[in-house]
Design a protein. Structure first.
Length: 468
């Protein structure tokens, strides 16, 4: 097999990356001295060739038996047997897998055979896609590419490494989906044919969630992967609630972009532009963009020749719960997304109706503690930008009504949270003993505070005691 060195700039990047990991270069040279061949493999190689940041190093060691590798690694610290039967080791405090070449059978409990002396091509054959079936020799910096993955990277093509082995792990279907979005690559026709008929019924929710999270968090256009799933007629299998939006008409005056599915795809891509410091909140917004109009599948109708979807925000709540339960077991995530779906029409309604400050304060309380008005405004922005009639790419123009809603919420001091109660139980104990009546008075005091904007504790106390 002909091997060529990676260029000098990539060598430099790889060297600097390795230096970030304590002892790794010393271990590499020790393995080399012992007669082993040390390869960087998998996604790290792909990302390096793509010019992206290299993370999560996986290293494969050839030409050493498991006992030899383990003994050598122990010279650098305690060794964890991540999977001794799988030939995977870890050195304490070093976040790198050191694995040996292996073959494994299909199924959730595959039979594994470790063979440190198999050829590079056979070792890489078990990897899902050609772009992931490459290695870099960490001594010589030669690229080992038996399945022409570098060429597929240049041509932006996703191609299965081995048809038979690809189908043994149904999670690979979801990996293709998220790779399409993350790297804006197109599957080869052979890969499409495989994925059209793959049995994907038995993939666990936890594994599905991992791929969807990568789709939403690591993509600039998450819609690409979802559109692909629809194009090969699998959307109804994995996300039937989303599939139900295909062909659902919308009023052209509000939605010139097309059907609800097209609008949803543009909205998801608009949401991908928004990233919070908290990854959980980012996921909530992105899932809300995916789910916000699910209710239109059941609540869209024609009235006097006009298409309407009154009540679709409420109708979307149970549909959102149903769909997300097939993706995640995170109840807090689902509850948070549901809140945004339920109230996603509020920003436009508030501005059109000239809502008072008290209405913003009540809305903040309805959203809390899961989400904030700021997140709701962001969803509304994505909703309005997902209406491009000339392209699948969402609009980038500011939306005056959304910004007006945001300004009003800021003026009400509830953009990023609720207004805290001024009156507390201790303030009323000299008049009311602990018990249900005290709780009722505190709730009433908070209502008065929100409705009338009272900020003086003594005035609020006087008002609430007058009602008791």
């Amino acid at each position: 097999m002909k091997c060529t060195k990676i260029d000098a700039s990539k060598q430099s990047i790889l060297t600097q990356t390795l230096k970030k990991y304590l002892m790794v270069q010393d271990i590499v040279h020790a393995i080399d001295q012992a007669g082993g061949i040390v390869l960087l493999v998998g996604g790290a190689v792909r990302d390096l060739l793509l010019g992206q940041e290299v993370k999560d190093l996986d290293i494969e060691v050839h030409q050493l038996m498991p006992e030899q590798l383990e003994k050598l690694l122990r010279l650098f610290g305690p060794v964890s047997l991540v999977g001794k039967s799988f030939g995977v080791f870890r050195v304490h405090k070093l976040d790198i897998d050191w694995s040996l070449p292996r073959t494994d059978s299909a199924g959730r409990k595959p039979h594994v055979e470790i063979d440190p002396f198999m050829g590079f091509k056979e070792a890489f054959r078990r990897r899902d896609l050609t772009i992931n079936a490459m290695g870099i020799n960490l001594i010589t910096y030669e690229l080992i590419d038996p399945f022409h993955g570098q060429e597929d990277l240049r041509n932006k093509i996703l191609r299965e490494t081995d048809t038979r082995l690809f189908t043994q792990d149904p999670l690979r279907f979801y990996r293709v989906m998220q790779f399409i979005s993350r790297f804006a690559m197109q599957p080869a026709e052979s890969l499409n044919a495989i994925c059209m008929t793959m049995d994907i019924k038995h993939v666990s929710v936890e594994r599905i969630e991992g791929e969807f999270n990568k789709l939403l968090l690591k993509s600039t256009r998450p819609s690409l992967g979802i559109r692909w799933v629809h194009s090969i007629n699998r959307l109804k299998d994995i996300l039937p609630q989303l599939y139900a939006l295909v062909g659902v008409e919308q009023g052209a005056d509000w939605h010139p972009e097309g059907d609800v599915f097209e609008h949803t795809m543009q909205t998801v891509d608009a949401a991908a532009r928004i990233v919070y410091e908290n990854e959980f909140d980012t996921l909530v917004l992105h899932y809300a963009a995916l789910c916000h109009d699910l209710g239109k599948a059941t609540d869209t109708q024609k009235v006097d020749g006009r298409i309407t979807s009154h009540g679709h925000d409420m109708a979307g709540v149970p549909l959102t719960k149903q769909m997300l339960k097939h993706i995640t077991r995170n109840k807090m995530l689902i509850e948070s997304v549901v809140k945004l779906v339920r109230y996603h029409m509020a920003p436009l309604q508030f501005i059109q109706d000239g809502a008072k400050m008290s209405a913003y304060k009540r809305l903040a309380n309805k959203l809390a503690p899961q989400v904030t008005i700021e997140m709701l405004a962001d969803l509304a922005l994505c909703d309005r930008q997902g209406r491009n009639p000339d392209s699948h790419i969402p609009l980038t123009t500011p939306q005056s009504e959304v910004e007006a809603f945001r300004v009003r919420a800021q003026q009400a001091e509830v953009l990023t949270g609720i207004e805290q109660p001024i009156l507390h139980g201790r303030d009323l104990l000299d008049h009311v003993p602990p018990g249900p009546q005290l709780g009722q008075l505190l709730r009433k005091a908070y209502e008065i505070q929100l409705e009338e904007g009272i900020k003086d504790k003594n005035e609020l106390k006087r008002r609430v005691l007058e009602t008791s």
